[in-house]
Ligand binder design. Structure first.
Ligand code: AMP
Length: 332
């Protein structure tokens, strides 16, 4: 019998555990010893401190017990290999772990978004094809560190001397970033819009505070390292396009894997001056951009008439699945 929601101390852990408690679950947090701040928030009934998270998850899965569902987040995926998660992680995970491979590999991700027939940036197969402003994304780049912009092949050659390994070159879409947090409920067969955020990225979000002449002189290159998130709402007339995009991505996920997307997912987009929403990335699990929406977001309040965060929406789905004896529909 599942009574407990567990997660790892990072990313959206506070969000997940608060939501779980609000729905009446017991909560368990596995955290690194350096993160004692978790005990200050009273959202974990039990905190287990570990030295090495990756090693713990690989060797001590039985710690979770038979009464737990684990909610994975961005850091969970980075602690373990996708192969390990797919084949050897035995504790029920909320969501579809078989979609993680598709969000982690830029080529598969591109195939997914293209297959969904939503607007995506042009991808240049070879640097010599760059014919407009492009953003070069190194596969190993964490949090947008090490991305660079290139105007053409010569510019690419100048800036790419230090990169090794795989990278993707995307058209740089001019517009404003908007990150849409969706939730697909297999129990209700419905795509919900939970919230929208935009990121606070250092140093790119502060470059306009430096006069252009000084920027040139200092030769500062933009980096996109995320340090926080702002809440957003979108023009109401654009909501139809937003839901349409979310639904297409879910449909395509069901062609990729029988179960398709389950629970929270995020489309990272740029909205152009022509009001076209261009998706450049997808996350197949809860994203940190949902954190400003504790305890609620405009869209979840509109739908439910009460405060619902992403963490709480996850717990609601798990609870409904337990009550209807269909936990296997929302876990993998
Ligand atoms: P990512 O780490 O892929 O989410 O990208 C980091 C940041 O780079 C985003 O928040 C955007 O500001 C910017 N970005 C990424 N891809 C594109 C693109 N194709 N066009 C314009 N901006 C982009």
């Amino acid at each position: 019998m599942i009574t407990k929601i567990a997660t790892l101390g990072s990313h959206t852990a506070l969000n997940i555990l608060r939501g779980a408690k609000d729905e009446g679950f017991e909560t368990l947090l596995i955290a690194s010893k350096k993160r004692s701040f978790y005990s200050r928030f009273n959202v974990a009934d039990k905190i287990m401190y570990v030295d090495n998270m990756g090693e713990f998850l690989a060797q001590k899965q039985n710690t979770f017990g038979k009464d737990s569902v684990v909610v994975p987040h961005g850091s969970f995926i980075s602690y373990l290999s996708i192969d390990f998660i797919e084949k050897e992680f035995n504790v029920p995970l909320f969501g579809n772990k078989f979609m993680f491979r598709w969000e982690s590999d830029r080529n598969l991700e591109n195939e997914w978004l293209k297959g969904a027939k939503i607007h995506t940036p042009k991808v240049f197969d070879d640097p010599s094809e760059i014919d407009r402003l492009a953003i070069v994304k190194h596969f190993g780049a964490k949090g947008g560190r090490g991305y660079f912009l290139a105007r053409d092949y010569n510019d690419f050659k100048k800036k790419s001397s230090g990169i090794t390994g795989e990278y993707q070159i995307q058209e740089y879409v001019i517009g404003v970033p908007m990150y849409f947090h969706f939730f697909y409920s297999p129990l209700d067969r419905e795509v919900e819009l939970l919230s929208i955020d935009r990121r606070y990225e250092t140093n790119v979000d502060s470059m306009m505070r430096i006069p252009a002449d000084d920027q040139k002189e200092l030769g500062i290159a933009p980096s996109y390292v995320v340090v926080g998130n702002f809440p957003l709402v979108i023009r109401e007339s654009m909501l139809e396009d937003v839901f349409d995009m979310g639904e297409k991505v879910v449909k395509m996920s069901q062609k990729i894997d029988d179960k398709g997307l389950i629970g929270p997912f995020c489309l990272e987009t740029i909205c152009t001056p022509d009001l076209e929403i261009v998706a450049f990335e997808i996350s197949a699990r809860i994203v940190a951009g949902t954190n400003p929406f504790i305890p609620s977001s405009p869209y979840t309040y509109l739908k439910y008439g009460k405060d619902i965060s992403c963490g709480r929406r996850i717990a609601m789905e798990i609870k409904k699945a337990i009550e209807s004896d269909s936990l296997e529909e929302v876990t993998t």
